[in-house]
Design a binder for this molecule. Structure first.
Ligand SMILES: Nc1nc2c(c(=O)[nH]1)N[C@@H](CN(C=O)c1ccc(C(=O)N[C@@H](CCC(=O)O)C(=O)O)cc1)CN2
Length: 306
């Protein structure tokens, strides 16, 4: 369904298109130089939200000129078997990026899997060696959903220096990296989590409010400062009054849009940019691999080496 043409909506589509167009230029050049980018997606078990994400990754990778392959594994696979599969991908020179789709089944330690991905092929920046980069202000490759959310906040034109930002949700893949990305930009950041005494009291102080907790419509109008920017990162599936499955965010958009100056729709907000950032990260990872290749073999490109 098309989004209403309301300037309060921070729509992800145009930003994503811009990013994908730039990625396409890079991918075309890299391919012509003998380094075609190829992204492998690892899915474990069946999760509807992940299927939506992967479907969009495949479609946008095709648009951007990036090879894309999905490897699906059964929910009862062992962690050791998955690690072995990842080591195989690390060793394959045709594979330039690996993404592990979340969530994985509870018996699989996601951190072990993430650490098994070679840091140069880690297109999410979630390897322990990569996640530290954003702490050191090296921001060119950050976790996709976190980077996408920050990209949308920048679309408001708000000055991030000294901006009061509140993040509801402290996950490793979204809340924590957003905090580091925004601290690097000079924002004052508060992170709320399950032990926070009054989320509402913090949220009401925010010039920019990020929400990523997976609770449909948790944030209501009375929790938002008038004029704030509200970035909704929730992706929750529910059955609508028409009996159809639909996706809703963590923010009660209908009421909050009467108070906020900017609000991201769900779907159509952070989601499309998340996919675009993944593709951009894939090109960053490839250029790091090329730099390593050049440093090791002393040639400018693969074609020259042949
Ligand atoms: N490895 C990762 N796994 C997950 C991440 C991540 O960043 N890295 N984030 C979420 C992904 N996710 C939901 O589970 C998700 C992300 C993006 C989209 C998306 O493309 N949404 C679009 C389109 C919706 C539609 O076609 O109906 C949108 O919001 O407009 C969907 C899901 C968890 N896992």
């Amino acid at each position: 369904m098309p989004l209403p043409d309301d300037s309060r909506y921070l729509k992800g589509g145009p930003v994503a298109q811009r990013i994908i167009a730039a990625v396409r230029e890079d991918a075309t050049i890299a391919t012509a130089e003998g380094f075609p980018p190829k992204l492998i997606s690892i899915t474990v078990g069946d999760t509807a939200a992940v299927d939506v994400y992967v479907r969009n990754q495949r479609a946008k990778a095709a648009l951007a000129g990036i090879g894309f392959e999905e490897r699906r594994f059964p929910a009862d696979i062992t962690s050791g078997e998955l690690e072995a599969a990842i080591h195989g991908l690390n060793a394959d020179p045709r594979v330039t990026g690996i993404i592990i789709q979340r969530p994985v089944p509870a018996h699989i330690p996601i951190k072990t899997l993430q650490a098994a991905v070679h840091p140069l092929k880690d297109v999410e920046g979630m390897h322990p060696a990569s996640i530290g980069n954003i702490v050191y202000n090296q921001l060119d490759l950050a976790p996709c959903t976190a980077a996408a959310s920050v990209e949308l906040l920048k679309e408001t034109g708000l000055d991030l220096k000294g901006l009061e930002v509140v993040i509801v949700g402290h996950s490793e893949i979204v809340g924590k990296p957003i905090a580091f990305l925004l601290m690097s930009e000079g924002a004052t950041v508060t992170v709320c989590h399950h032990m926070t005494r009054s989320v509402a009291a913090h949220a009401r102080r925010a010039d920019a409010l990020f929400v990523a907790v997976g609770k449909p419509r948790l944030i209501k109008a009375d929790m938002v400062k008038p004029g704030a920017a509200v970035i909704d990162i929730g992706i929750n599936a529910e059955i609508g009054p028409d009996g159809e499955r639909r996706i809703v965010g963590d923010v009660d958009t209908e009421s909050v849009k009467e108070v906020a100056s900017w609000i991201t729709p769900v779907p159509g907000g952070v989601g499309p940019i998340t996919v675009a950032i993944l593709l951009r990260n894939t090109m960053v990872a490839l250029s790091r691999q090329r730099a390593r290749y050049q440093a090791t073999y002393g040639v400018v490109d693969k074609l020259a080496a042949e």
